[in-house]
Every structure is written in C-alpha cells, then in structure tokens.
Design a protein around this ligand. Structure first.
Ligand SMILES: [Zn+2]
Ligand SMILES: [Zn+2]
Length: 147
C-alpha cells in the first residue's frame, strides 16, 4: 500500500516536471517571437520644412505639423517652430506654409471661404496664388544645385 502511494506521488512529480518543461519551452518560443518581431516603421512622413526663426531648411519626419507640443516640430539648431516649406510656382520664392485661421472665423458664404484660402496661399513675394509644398526630390535637386 505504501509502495503504491509512493509510486503514485513519484509519477505526479514527473508529470509536473514535464508540464513545467513544456511551459518553459512555450514561454521561450513566445518571448523569442516577441523580441524577433520587426521594429515598427517610424511615425509620420518625411517632409521639407523651414525653421521660422533661423530660416534653415531641412528634411524632417513630421507626424502632425500643427501639434505645438510635439518636439519634432521644432528646429534642432535654434528650437524655433518648423513649418512646411512652400514654393511659389511663379517666382520660385520659398516661404513657410501659410497658416489658415479658418476654425476661429465664421464665414458668411462659400465664396468668402474661398477668398480667405486663396489669400492665405498667396506668395509673399509676388502675390501669386499658385504655390505648392516643396517635395523631397525638389528639395534635394535644389541642394545639389547650390553646391
Ligand atoms: Zn532654427
Ligand atoms: Zn511668387
């Protein structure tokens, strides 16, 4: 009787050991999978920006340019606020993206909205309304030209 109960507990211990080993292996596989997962792609997109303070132009990864509390929206050199760099189609003048204060304003008509948008996009140099955000390739080409 004593013998059989001894055998029984030995068997149980062995089962527990096997169970424990399986768990350790499973955990190992799990942690291996977790650590070997590819790194997440960086947030946001690369855009050409200009520092409003020192006027330095650079390519930066921006998530939300309107977020004032995002450190990525500030110049590495002087800490100035960055803005998307725009370029006039007519005179090639470059300027920080004009900020629209649409939210704070009430408009009487659609044409008024149109008017404000158009005015805000006007080139500060020649007054043309034809402007566009500077693209990465455009910026790189420009940098090469200047060298
Ligand atoms: Zn700066
Ligand atoms: Zn212009």
């Amino acid at each position: 009787m004593e013998q059989s109960s001894n055998n029984f507990s030995k068997g149980r211990i062995r089962n527990l050991l096997i169970f424990g080993v399986i768990i350790v292996i499973l955990l190992g596989i799990l942690s291996y999978r977790v650590t070997s997962e590819p790194p997440k792609p960086p947030e946001g997109a690369k855009v050409v920006v200009i520092c409003k303070s020192c006027k330095k132009r650079m390519i930066k990864r921006i998530v939300n340019i309107d977020n004032d509390s995002d450190k990525r929206n500030y110049c590495d050199k002087c800490g100035g606020r960055l803005a998307i760099l725009w370029k006039c189609n007519e005179c090639q003048f470059e300027f920080p993206e004009p900020k629209l204060e649409v939210k704070q304003r009430k408009f009487k008509s659609k044409s008024e909205i149109y008017d404000v948008v158009m005015k805000s996009q006007r080139c500060p140099n020649c007054g043309s309304i034809l402007s566009h955000p500077v693209t990465l390739s455009e910026f790189k080409k420009d940098q090469k030209k200047k060298k």
